[in-house]
Design a protein around this ligand. Structure first.
Ligand SMILES: NC(=O)c1ccc[n+]([C@@H]2O[C@H](COP(=O)([O-])OP(=O)(O)OC[C@H]3O[C@@H](n4cnc5c(N)ncnc54)[C@H](O)[C@@H]3O)[C@@H](O)[C@H]2O)c1
Length: 155
């Protein structure tokens, strides 16, 4: 399984990439480096799992860039955001663009990317430990969902 992690050079995204690599997955971080840093992913770029990790510099509001990065990925973790809560009051337009519009672009680009839309068969993962735990990850209403909304498996 290969994961695309937006915001992968950020605080949570880089930790998620580390966890995915440790679980035997492949991971691609996608980040525009406005806040994220290559220092956060340095252990991944130079450690034992480096052949299963790469980083793509790009912006979530550019669907073509996401589509290109997602082409060979099976699952998306969307963690790119501007988590600065005060911005919501001071600059709502920028907040909308960086959080709401960026999320729309990411989901739509992932949905329409040319990559396979068939989830991999468990036997094809070569005995990797499942991460996250396997379950029905079909997107559903957030108010009724028990799955974390930031992850979306390909259908
Ligand atoms: N850190 C926490 O304690 C915490 C707690 C709960 C929820 N969250 C949420 O988790 C998410 C990630 O938080 P974090 O603490 O890792 O933040 P962070 O700022 O460390 O990471 C966000 C990353 O996204 C990147 N980014 C921002 N806009 C982008 C864009 N348009 N295109 C590509 N990359 C972009 C930034 O460069 C950065 O690397 C946020 O939605 C945040 O609200 C964080």
């Amino acid at each position: 399984m290969k994961a695309l992690v937006t915001g992968g050079a950020g605080f949570i995204g880089s930790s998620l990439c580390e966890a995915l690599i440790a679980a035997g997955w492949e991971a691609r971080a996608f980040d525009n480096f406005t806040v994220g840093s290559r220092k956060n992913i340095s252990p991944l770029l130079h450690g034992t799992g480096k052949s299963r990790f790469d980083i793509v510099s790009g912006d979530c509001t550019r669907p073509a860039q996401i589509r290109k990065a997602a082409r060979d990925c099976d699952i998306l973790f969307h963690l790119a955001a501007n988590p600065e809560v005060r911005m919501e009051l001071n600059n709502p337009k920028q907040c909308y663009r960086q959080n709401v519009y960026a999320t729309y672009c990411v989901l739509e680009a992932f949905r329409t990317s040319k990559a396979s839309t068939t989830p991999p068969h468990p036997r094809s993962t070569g005995g990797q430990r499942p991460f996250p735990p396997q379950r029905n990850m079909r997107p559903s209403s957030l108010s009724h969902s028990t799955a974390h909304p930031s992850s979306l498996a390909r259908r």
